[in-house]
Design a protein around this ligand. Structure first.
Ligand code: UDP
Length: 403
């Protein structure tokens, strides 16, 4: 499997990956998150876990279970960490803890390294066994509600280390902190090359016209992704350029707000036959891939964003991208080089028009974007980084790590 990446991923990443794999062979690695489908964390784990297994590391992926109340609470915690003024009461925190306690009884938490993803399963650290415990934060923690963040840090500071996607998200936790941006898998169904027939089959089945430029945003129906702002930008563009807007999203089992946001979006889009709102089933990877490939412009107009895999996905397909200048998006979009960063609906509309009116510039930026992703945001680099962190923790105190 790793050999399949040769000629695709940078050679140095592959060499280091193999060497780190040798060092950590036969050790056990456990990942825990809160959903198998929907959102970036599940997207990455689906591909990374088999890669780690192939490297000879005994890797497991467990998913915590909870009732509706638990996921309502964790979505509120998520929103507060991303800056929404939510209040989490003592009873809510207690329920969060109790559900994690039940999961700790059910799950085998024994492993040499344990990577706990995001706030939902963070209290599991209270039930830790031996091994290195690492908290992996995927969300935008640049400006959290202080009380909620402080409470969460009671758990997070019990880990051996924390990993954030962006330097700005790190905080004074009193434990080791590492910066590892997420990544996409160039060989997955979501990102592999598609034939023209495959692309057209998807467009025809989903009834997306291809006779006009398609503007696309792929994301969960979440207010932080600003789907209404995307429609507002499209409405401005539409006065001057004939085009089609596609908003594609699918539900995530750990996100109870999706339906309400979807209804808001539908209401806002009502009456315009050129706005296509697609609620795709989980694992519609080939369809998302095809939609990204038929698009003229890929948007991720988020207001808060941990990283935004959809940006790298669009760039990998050579598409010009426009993203909100928040969280992990500026890591991927070098403004004016690999895409455009925007701060408003008007800014987004302006940049969409710029791309639609200058196809040569759009193509050039798309090409640069693809190479930027190749060098920085492929899964081989991220797996290498996780293993480097683990290996460095096993060799703490040494100034040189021999590979
Ligand atoms: N995604 C998908 N179907 C959808 C919406 C999103 O497969 O209908 C995928 C998308 O392609 C990306 C991931 O889910 O790989 C979302 O990750 P991102 O980092 O953009 O956002 P998150 O949902 O983690 O906030």
């Amino acid at each position: 499997m790793i050999n399949q990446y040769s000629g695709v991923s940078p050679k140095g990443d592959l060499v280091l990956l193999q060497k780190l794999g040798e060092k950590l062979k036969k050790k056990s690695f456990l990942h825990v998150n809160s959903t198998r489908a929907g959102g970036g964390v599940a997207e990455i784990l689906q591909r990374m876990v088999p890669m780690l297994v192939e490297l000879g590391i005994k890797t497991r992926w467990e998913v915590i279970e909870g009732d509706d109340r638990f996921f309502d609470i964790t979505k509120k915690i998520h929103n507060a960490i991303q800056g929404n003024p939510e209040k989490i009461t003592k009873e809510m925190w207690d329920h969060h803890y109790e559900i994690n306690k039940k999961n700790a009884e059910r799950l085998d938490l024994e492993a040499n390294a344990v990577l706990i993803h995001d706030p939902q399963p963070s209290p599991l650290v209270k039930f830790r066994k031996k091994g290195k415990w690492i908290w992996r934060c995927h969300i935008d923690v640049s400006n959290p509600v202080k009380e909620v963040c402080d409470y969460l840090m009671r758990y997070c500071s019990k880990y051996n280390a924390a990993v954030f996607s962006v330097a700005r998200f790190t905080r004074a936790m009193g434990i080791d902190e590492f910066i590892i941006p997420p990544s996409i898998d160039p060989l997955s169904e979501k990102n592999r090359e598609l034939s023209a027939e495959e692309i057209h089959e998807t467009a025809a089945r989903l009834k997306i016209p291809v006779d006009r430029p398609v503007i696309l945003q792929v994301s969960r129906f979440d207010r932080f992704k600003d789907p209404v702002g995307v429609i507002e930008a499209y409405k401005i563009v539409k006065k001057y350029n004939d085009c089609v807007l596609v908003l594609a999203g699918s539900p995530a089992t750990d996100d109870p707000e999706g339906e309400a946001v979807l209804n808001e979006v539908k209401e806002y889009a009502a009456g315009d036959p050129d706005i296509h709102i697609l609620l795709l089933p989980p694992f519609s990877d080939k369809d998302i891939n095809a939609l990204q490939r038929i698009s003229s412009v890929v948007l991720q107009k988020s207001l808060k964003e941990g990283f935004g895999l959809t940006v790298s996905e669009g760039m990998w397909k050579g598409k010009p991208v426009i993203g909100g200048a928040v969280g992990g998006i500026p890591l991927q979009i070098v403004h004016g080089i690999t895409g455009f960063l925007v701060h408003s609906v008007e800014g987004a509309a302006f940049r969409i028009r710029q791309f639609l009116n200058n196809p040569d510039m759009a193509k050039r930026m798309g090409e640069r974007g693809r190479e930027y992703v190749r060098n920085n945001f492929l899964i081989t680099r991220q797996t290498r980084d996780y293993l480097s962190v683990w290996y460095s923790m096993e060799n703490k105190g040494k100034s040189v790590m021999e590979l």
